[in-house]
Design a protein around this ligand. Structure first.
Ligand code: CP3
Length: 345
């Protein structure tokens, strides 16, 4: 049975590039909003396997992506460790921020598997509902990105609180990253055991890390997760997505041990084809603003990405998540463009 997505990540030749879209399940879809309205909040949706499985499968039913991504969130890890996590309508995540080593001492990775059991049940339900040619991707946040929310207490523009805390409390911050690594390893291993066939590690805020701390805050914690997963499930490919790190990408790929890399739209197609694709399979990198706009500009930009990247192992995706105001028709059109790629040649 061919599976375009898994074959591509394994370096095999495929008839056309596989595709999926980051945040393909979400508020831009009316069928998502309907299920979301029935849940008692966002975390309740993540922890109700039947509903989470349905929203995972919605984009597959609508536009037949080559991979489904588990519906969950990167912030279930702090929640499982005992931190208060809430998703406030319209303002995003709100956490009781970690401010002292006393707060840190209250975090307990030991209950990760028990608390996140519903997520693993979602993975089983989704895998059972997918045909063999569509892959199921599991995911987590990278420790740095998860830590930004744990210390800032929510989203931030400047990362001043987390960065100054990490600099002034180096030992405590290292302990905190260790706790997140420990919990994340259990979370990802259990996703694999339940049926996830590939994993993506989201380091959405990696670009905020000073070069002098990149090794300690980004490379090493990610490398430890990759190493632990490789000893558990050596054949499950891991995609690293460290947004906005530009010239640090080759180092990030080599030293974390990831199998493939997600690219944001600051990486030019020439740079991607000449300098990144020779190292490992790449995924990306149409800016979601083109998808939001649609029309001929989107078609041109999508063809440009396909043309530039199709000479090597490539998974078509966006540069980051779908904007919530995106018309579903644009997403359907983009899916059609990728599926037809190569057929006319
Ligand atoms: O379809 C998918 O991609 C799978 C599900 C998924 C979600 N979040 C669902 C979600 C994935 C892979 C994530 C990852 C995630 N979560 C990241 C990394 C990737 C990225 O987008 O940069 C981050 C930073 C988070 C943390 C997070 N979760 C924030 C900042 C927010 C609020 C912002 C917003 O869009 O509202 C969320 C909430 C969230 N996670 C939603 C969804 C569909 C929207 C919440 C809702 O339905 O009310």
């Amino acid at each position: 049975m061919t599976n375009l997505f898994l074959d591509t990540l394994a370096g095999k030749a495929v008839p056309r590039p596989p595709f999926w879209f980051m945040r393909q399940a979400g508020r831009y879809l009316p069928e998502y909003r309907e299920i979301r309205a029935q849940a008692n909040g966002f975390l309740d949706l993540c922890y109700t396997p039947e509903r989470a499985a349905r929203v995972t499968l919605q984009p597959i039913e609508r536009f037949q992506a080559d991979a489904a991504i588990l519906f969950s969130d990167i912030l279930v890890i702090p929640h499982a460790m005992g931190q208060t996590v809430d998703f406030v309508e319209g303002t995003g995540p709100k956490l009781d921020p970690i401010q002292s080593s006393r707060d840190l001492a209250l975090l307990d990775p030991g209950k990760t598997l028990e608390k996140l059991a519903p997520v693993f049940e979602t993975v089983r339900l989704v895998r059972a509902g997918l045909p063999d040619d569509i892959a199921l991707i599991g995911f987590s946040g990278a420790p740095w990105t998860v830590a930004t929310y744990m210390i800032e207490g929510g989203s931030t523009r400047d990362f001043n609180t987390v960065k100054s805390w990490a600099i002034s409390n180096r030992r405590s911050f290292a302990i905190m990253l260790d706790l997140v690594v420990e919990s994340t390893v259990m979370y990802l291993k259990a996703q694999v055991d339940a049926g996830a066939q590939a994993l993506q590690i989201f380091d959405t805020w990696a670009s905020a890390v000073p070069a002098s701390d990149f090794e300690d805050w980004v490379i090493n914690p990610t490398a430890r997760i990759v190493l632990a997963l490789k000893s558990h499930a050596p054949d499950v490919p891991i995609i690293g997505f460290a947004r906005g790190i530009g010239s640090r990408l080759p180092d990030y790929i080599h030293r974390t041990g990831i199998d493939a890399v997600g690219l944001d739209s600051s990486v030019s197609l020439a740079e991607a084809a000449n300098n990144i694709q020779p190292i490992c399979p790449v995924q990306g990198n149409l800016d979601p603003a083109y998808l939001l706009s649609g029309g001929v500009e989107m078609e041109r930009a999508a063809h440009e990405v396909l043309e530039a990247m199709s000479g090597g192992p490539f998974v078509f995706n966006l540069a980051h998540g779908i904007n919530k105001d995106t018309p579903p028709a644009h997403v359907e059109r983009l899916a059609e463009i990728v599926k037809n790629w190569g057929l006319s040649k």
